[in-house]
Ligand binder design. Structure first.
Ligand code: GRG
Length: 289
């Protein structure tokens, strides 16, 4: 798994580096690259490749879509660290973007990473049928905006220090984290035009995102800051609405394990073709950073 993830991370970074090289020079390129490289685990990219394999999609096309997703992800992390959001000084083992470049530059670099994702997806060189490309852009827009990441982040901030029901926490985490995973799972389906599979992969993506976020919250509680590359034990201090807060540690671990089984059962239906995806799910649960 580590080897496969490493190759996908490298190929996505190669694409992005050459894409940045072709950009007109501007003052924002440097902070944008700071938020992008050396980059994180590239789990979202791995999901695109895993599901792309199920639908026999060309690897290079998948890497280009993964690059767009990683730009939106990097944008969300830069903005998430801002003082008006989660106010973190450390990200991926180095100073967060606003600590390095100042707040206004970090905001603008984040915005530019969002828009460059759409630039990457709408490239003429990306040989995907026009109607599928429009569907991709439409879907990633919905997953990033008020009904996706941004809306989820709003709820996350709004729920701080409040008693929140389990259902509301699930909805918040599915929006904040699950929707981008959902796009990763739907993108190969959209390209293959086998749209009867869209709903099932939208749902798998949301569940994988929820699973990822639960593991993230468990890492925040138990993880080591140096290893994780960002401050840990923050959720409790901030009164964040997490499953751990709602259910307690032991029940959250049970919830995580049941959710993982539920996802693996669905993937099982794809036989050998689902093997890589299966591996990614186990990695998500077993990871320590
Ligand atoms: C609309 C894109 C957008 C953003 C604005 C700030 C904000 C609204 C949203 C924040 C969303 C957020 C940070 C969700 C948490 C998701 C999460 C668990 C991130 C960590 O992902 P990893 O572990 O990171 O994959 P690496 O560093 O490995 O890439």
């Amino acid at each position: 798994m580590e080897k496969k993830l490493g190759k996908i991370a490298k190929d996505t970074n190669v694409f992005l580096k050459s894409y940045f090289l072709k950009q007109k020079m501007s003052h924002l390129i440097s902070p944008m690259k700071y938020g992008m490289f050396p980059g994180g685990k590239k789990i979202r990219s791995k999901l695109i490749i895993d599901i792309g394999n199920i639908f026999n999609i060309n690897y290079k096309k998948l890497i280009q879509i993964a690059a767009a997703v990683e730009c939106i992800h990097a944008y969300s992390l830069i903005h998430d660290d801002l003082p008006c959001m989660d106010n973190d000084n450390l990200r991926r083992g180095k100073l967060s973007a606003h600590k390095k470049y100042g707040e206004s530059t970090a905001i603008l670099a984040g915005n530019s990473l969002l828009t460059i994702a759409f630039e990457i997806l709408s490239e003429e060189k990306l040989k995907i049928k026009s109607n599928s490309k429009i569907k991709l852009i439409n879907s990633i827009s919905k997953c990033s905006g008020h009904s996706g990441i941004a809306g989820g982040q709003y709820l996350d901030l709004n729920f701080e220090k409040k008693r929140v029901t389990l259902k509301k926490i699930e909805i918040m985490q599915i929006k904040k984290t699950g929707k981008l995973f959902s796009f990763c799972c739907m993108a190969p389906v959209i390209i293959s035009n086998k749209l009867n599979y869209l709903k099932i992969f939208e749902s798998i993506g949301e569940k994988i995102g929820l699973l990822f976020q639960i593991v993230d919250d468990l890492i925040d509680l138990k993880g080591n800051s140096k290893k994780v590359g960002k401050k840990t034990k923050k959720d409790m201090k901030k009164g964040k609405a997490t499953l751990i807060k709602a259910l307690g540690y032991k029940n959250t671990v049970d919830y995580r394990d049941k959710l993982k089984l539920n996802i693996l059962n669905t993937i099982h239906k794809f036989g050998d073709k689902g093997k890589n995806l299966n591996e990614t799910i186990n990695y998500i649960v077993d990871r320590s950073r």
